[in-house]
Design a protein around this ligand. Structure first.
Ligand code: FMN
Length: 220
């Protein structure tokens, strides 16, 4: 089996939003797909270890914020590389509530969907949710963020809870500064990195300069 054949599958990037009692939660996913047109349904795969998974199972409803290329990188950092178990992620991101009171990101997105879970099925590490779309709205004409753009243009990494995680990163050349939050490797070498202004932020997840770690060689 040549795993690289799977690298050619296409995806978008989204943030799932949930309401868990009086708390909000959510995470980045690349796995939202429209499944039927009448009624309009979507599927999404969410890792069983993710806080968002248990919230969707409990509340049976969620939003999908459709990320654009202009999404604040810090929002990807918060929703894609940290857990809502001990963090109020929506408090750190521009958001609004749907008429039903569910949170969605309102800046750096093309629009949002509000979905009601019809069914879900266990799929090894992930749960596949099937949901009916009961509300949908366009917010901007910004280009939607594709996974290819995230990976190839902004050099974004994918954590192990994502279904398309491709294994441990390869060894990096010694002297490479790497973001301690998302794993982005600064391409310009250690000396150049050290000369960057103190307000430099990771272009993938928005982490501050002090979160970068100098890899002294060998494996990450
Ligand atoms: C580019 C990208 C794609 C991701 N895709 C998925 C996905 O489809 N399903 C999933 O369960 N997690 C996915 N993740 C990982 C979750 O966003 C991540 O594990 C998050 O920290 C979970 O947060 P939670 O515990 O608050 O739910 C993805 C992350 C990134 C950065």
């Amino acid at each position: 089996l040549d795993r690289t054949a799977l690298f050619k599958l296409s995806y978008g990037l989204y943030i799932i939003g949930v309401k868990d009692g009086d708390k909000y939660g959510g995470c980045v996913v690349n796995t939202v797909t429209q499944a039927t047109a009448s009624p309009i349904t979507v599927t999404v795969c969410i890792n069983k270890d993710n806080y968002t998974n248990e919230c969707v199972k409990r509340s049976k409803e969620f939003t999908v914020s459709i990320l654009s290329e202009h999404i604040d990188r810090g929002v990807i950092g918060v929703f894609g590389f940290s857990t809502g178990k001990d963090r109020d992620k929506f408090a750190e991101a521009p958001h609004s509530l749907t008429p039903a009171g569910l949170p969605y990101i309102n800046k750096g997105v093309t629009g949002y969907l509000e979905c009601r879970v019809i069914d879900f099925t266990d799929n090894f590490t992930h749960t596949v949710f099937i949901a009916e779309v009961r509300e949908a709205e366009n917010i901007s004409d910004e280009p939607p963020m594709t996974y290819a753009y995230y990976h190839d243009v902004i050099k974004g990494k994918t954590p192990k809870n994502a279904p398309i995680y491709a294994g441990e990163p390869q060894a990096e050349p010694s002297g490479a500064y790497t973001c301690g939050v998302c794993g982005y490797v600064y391409p310009g070498g250690a000396e150049e990195f050290e000369r960057l202004p103190e307000d430099y932020k990771c272009p993938v997840c928005g982490a501050v300069k002090s979160k970068f770690i100098l890899k002294s060689g060998g494996n990450l």
